[in-house]
Design a protein around this ligand. Structure first.
Ligand code: SF4
Length: 330
């Protein structure tokens, strides 16, 4: 699919991805800013250097694994380094960055990563990398929840076949700014119930029922300027976990739809100021969750032409940014 075809497709459906669902489950005012917008224009929040550095890692690892079996390991490492550097150059055009996000540090960590998993990697054949998908979510077969269908969209870091028993595992790689073994193990444990990998397993089971998708490989990379750290674990996923994920997803979307309808009613109510957005209540505990919230000035100074001028339109779509080579639509 070309980007034009994808843009057309996404404008014709109601879709959610993990990032939208996360924002909906968090501060409702933030969800309003980014998914509806004060003047009907959704506002973009800036992507931090840490996330961009993580994207560069994903590009490097994608190249490393999709050349498996076709080139020697040392050649694949060179290809991975080039892919990392190309992606990194898109995000970090100047030298103004923390030393942990410098190109040489990234290449060093990537090389250490390949070295670290040298004995484990030959046991798992990579069959997909950066696979995009859009899956129609209908009423939960396993439960009483009913809803109007919508699409759930994602991009899977990689799918591996365990050669010994012909089972399939989805790779979910996360980079973190902490590198102590305790912090990395904690992040890995967090992944076990994380909605993102559970949802991806559920969706791939729906798209490819002929394969035995056993679970996911949680993969943590700790990134700092003077230290690094790695941790992996294999998490089998029960079908009941997938059903629970689906039911929670449907409930979240249904709740958001109700809030959205009520919010629109409030926004257009005669005599009310257009910026009456109190349907979308603030969760001020989250203002500094991951650094300062991107919309802090809107909450602080209010919605006006000056504060709105600080933002661009939110055009985020996980499949339009670096379009994956393969996209499954079901
Ligand atoms: S600044 Fe705080 S209250 Fe305002 S949108 Fe962000 S998290 Fe919500």
């Amino acid at each position: 699919m070309t980007n034009d075809e994808l843009t057309k497709f996404f404008s014709s459906i109601e879709w959610y991805d993990n990032s939208k669902i996360r924002v909906i489950r968090g501060c409702k005012r933030k969800a309003f800013y980014s998914l509806i917008g004060p003047r009907g224009t959704k506002l973009a929040s800036a992507v931090g250097d840490g996330a961009n550095f993580g994207s560069s890692f994903h590009a490097g690892l994608s190249r490393y694994y999709n050349t498996w079996g076709k080139f020697s390991e040392s050649e694949r490492r060179v290809f991975a380094a080039r892919a990392f550097a190309d992606e990194w150059a898109e995000y970090f055009p100047t030298e103004h960055m923390q030393s942990k996000h410098r190109l040489d540090n990234g290449l060093f960590i990537l090389d250490r990563y390949c070295e670290h998993y040298l004995t484990e990697d030959p046991l798992y054949e990579p069959v997909e990398s950066e696979l995009g998908f859009a899956v129609k979510i209908e009423s939960c077969k396993a439960g009483p929840v009913k809803c109007e269908p919508f699409h759930y969209v994602g991009r899977i870091d990689g799918i591996f076949r365990r050669i010994a028993d012909d089972t399939y595992w989805l790779r979910e790689t996360k980079t973190t700014g902490q590198t102590s073994p305790t912090a990395i193990e904690k992040r890995l444990k967090q992944l076990k119930f994380d909605h993102q990998p559970l949802g991806y397993v559920a969706c791939i089971r729906q798209i490819q029922p002929q394969f035995k998708i056993t679970g996911f490989l949680g993969d943590i990379i700790g990134v700092a300027s003077q230290s690094l750290g790695f941790a992996r674990d294999y998490f089998p996923v029960k079908q009941s976990d997938c059903d629970n994920w689906r039911e929670q997803l449907i409930n979240t979307v249904e709740d958001w739809r109700k809030m959205y309808q009520r919010g629109l009613f409030d926004l257009i109510r005669p005599g009310q100021p257009i910026d009456n957005i109190n349907t979308f209540y603030q969760d001020t505990e989250r203002c500094f969750d991951y650094g300062k919230c991107a919309f802090y000035e809107l909450c602080d100074y209010g919605i006006n032409n000056d504060t709105l001028a600080m933002f661009e339109e939110n055009t985020w779509n996980p499949l339009l940014q670096r379009t994956p080579t393969r996209i499954e639509i079901n």
